[in-house]
Design a protein around this ligand. Sequence first.
Ligand code: IMP
Length: 430
Amino acid sequence: MSVQIIVGAQWGDEGKGKIVDHLSHSADIVARYQGGANAGHTVILPPARKGEPDAEFVLHLIPSGIFHPKVTCVIGNGVVIDPAALMNEINQLRSAGIKINGRLLISHNAHLIMPYHKLLDSAREQGEQKIGTTGRGIGPAYIDKYNRIGIRVVDLLDRDTLSKKLRLNIEEKNQILSKIYGSKKLDVDEIISEYQEFDKLIDEYVTDTSRFLAEALRRKKKILAEGAQGALLDVDHGTYPYVTSSSPTSGGACTGLGLPPTAISSIMGVAKAYCTRVGHGPFPTELENEIGERMRTIGGEFGATTGRPRRCGWIDLVSLRYSIRVNGIQKLAITKLDVLDDFGEINVCTAYLVDGKRMDEFPTDVPTLERVVPVYETFKGWKMKTTNARKFSDLPLKAQSYVRALRKRLKTEISMVSVGPRRDQTLFVR
Ligand code: IMP
């Protein structure tokens, strides 16, 4: 059995896209298991012709294995699909010469994002319960899924069912929306015909992906399960309520793809050499100062989906140890090490203090997390460019020591280090 899960070990934006693209070299299938178009997985490809610039793609729904022609990409049942965003992505990839047909499979059980989900998402963000969502309708879509009134991909294939389900949903949502937006109401017939159009576009990709994956396992195929967001945004294990509405942690891969836990062979976590967060919620090592600003500028820390500036801070080993435990992470990929190249001193949070008492476990309750004071260990910066390193031993000794120190303190193998967005800026650690 070979299913490797790739999870974000922080608050998302760890660079999973690049790592999944890299690992796709030796995979047969890459399958996304949760989230929706709130994710933005960036992959940089070498230029098609000499002298041309690198090509940058930001994937929101399609798995990051799509750039490897032999890889089949699966959007699992745990994903919530915005059909318009998906079609957009398919068209963009096609116009860049990437073949999609026969290589993309969409679960018939995945739920759909509807226009009212986005309206409800942004309405909530106007009020006191706002948490800084991406506004992509994710929370309201998962609410409908768990309320058993969601509309699934399979519904698109049967016009009568679709129209009946949509009518009931829209009538109910219109009542809620008219309370919020006054007279603003959704037109039932307009939405029905818009979504019925998706049926034609999506039809060729739809299948029972759980069955497809089971058959692939039987034939000894290698599967990568790609998570979106990060463990600390998990609806169960994250910093609730400042979380997303799905399960980015490794457990979500089984339910989100219809794979049994016994099929999982390894779990890799991806973490930045520092830490970022978008949206509201506690962030113990956040640097609301000139150092944080520098990290944001050097690291280009602006949301790949919304363009929002990301909050930046030092790496937090308390939360990472928690993430390693909850996900069962066996190996880590450390990304964006190069962003720290110019810092004279680099801090690593090794514990928290709460009311003067040391705390080594990550508290997931927000009031405690908001009160913790990070305990830092300071490392001397290497003050040298690492972007040209092609093997771990090319790194300045102080950068090597930093990575080794993380490994020692996390008691977890670090198998990859990334020193830039390009494919060749990936180092394997032995
Ligand atoms: P939602 O997933 O749009 O409902 O947003 C809930 C929280 O998760 C917000 O704080 C978002 O900023 C955050 N979030 C959602 N998707 C991502 C992501 O891909 N990267 C980082 N943060 C995310």
